[in-house]
Design a protein around this ligand. Structure first.
Ligand SMILES: [Zn+2]
Length: 205
């Protein structure tokens, strides 16, 4: 297994790091992912379902085996994995799928390479957003995906919903009696903020 972060004892110290995916995965909005045969990120609780051959794990490819194939659950295209269309699907936790092995993403030490570990984590974040944005939080009408980007428009009130960008750090930088503050272009005059950072889908801290 390759550890892309040799200074860390375990990839779990940097969970779900999109940087470790750079050589393998390109995140794209669903309508930008080509149709045709692809690979699957099958999430089941805290696990990802993988194909195993001689101790090596890989993403399932092509037609999904029963009982998944008969479940009619909505799949979500999320990008390209090694140039191949990549789709994510969330499955009920009690389901056993013949031929696929559940691997817990939180196992320590990790059971799979950082890239698969991170892909499973990113897919989980996207599926979580997909589930939670099915209906408008303002008026409860169904939402519809926006073209060419991650976002949805409410079919009732027209409100736009985008994945939450989560604040992860805010700091007070002090030098004697002075404070370091930041400004964003377009802010009203005399408006300043503390130095703060935000995390997008799978972005590294
Ligand atoms: Zn609405």
């Amino acid at each position: 297994m390759t550890n892309d972060y040799p200074s860390f004892a375990s990839p779990l110290h940097l969970p779900f790091n999109r940087q470790s995916l750079a050589r393998n995965f390109t995140l794209s909005p669903p309508d930008a992912v080509p149709t045709g045969e692809g690979v699957w990120v099958l999430r089941q609780g805290a696990s990802i379902l993988l194909a195993e051959k001689n101790g090596a794990f890989s993403l399932p490819q092509g037609d999904l085996p029963p009982p998944i194939s008969g479940m009619n659950r909505p799949e979500l295209p999320i990008g390209l994995w090694q140039g191949t269309p990549c789709r994510a699907l969330s499955l009920p936790s009690e389901l056993t799928i013949p031929g696929l092995t559940p691997v817990n993403l939180l196992a320590d030490p990790p059971q799979i390479a950082p890239a698969l570990l991170s892909l499973g984590g990113v897919a989980g974040q996207i599926l979580h957003w997909q589930r939670g944005s099915t209906f408008c939080s303002h008026c409860a009408a169904p939402t519809v995906p926006l073209a060419h980007e991650w976002g949805k428009r409410c079919s009732g009130c027209g409100h736009l919903h985008f994945p939450s960008i989560h604040p992860c750090i805010i700091v007070l930088v002090r030098r004697g009696r002075e404070l370091l503050l930041t400004r964003k272009e377009g802010w009203p005059e005399n408006r300043y903020s503390l130095v703060a950072g935000f995390v997008d889908f799978g972005e590294a801290l």
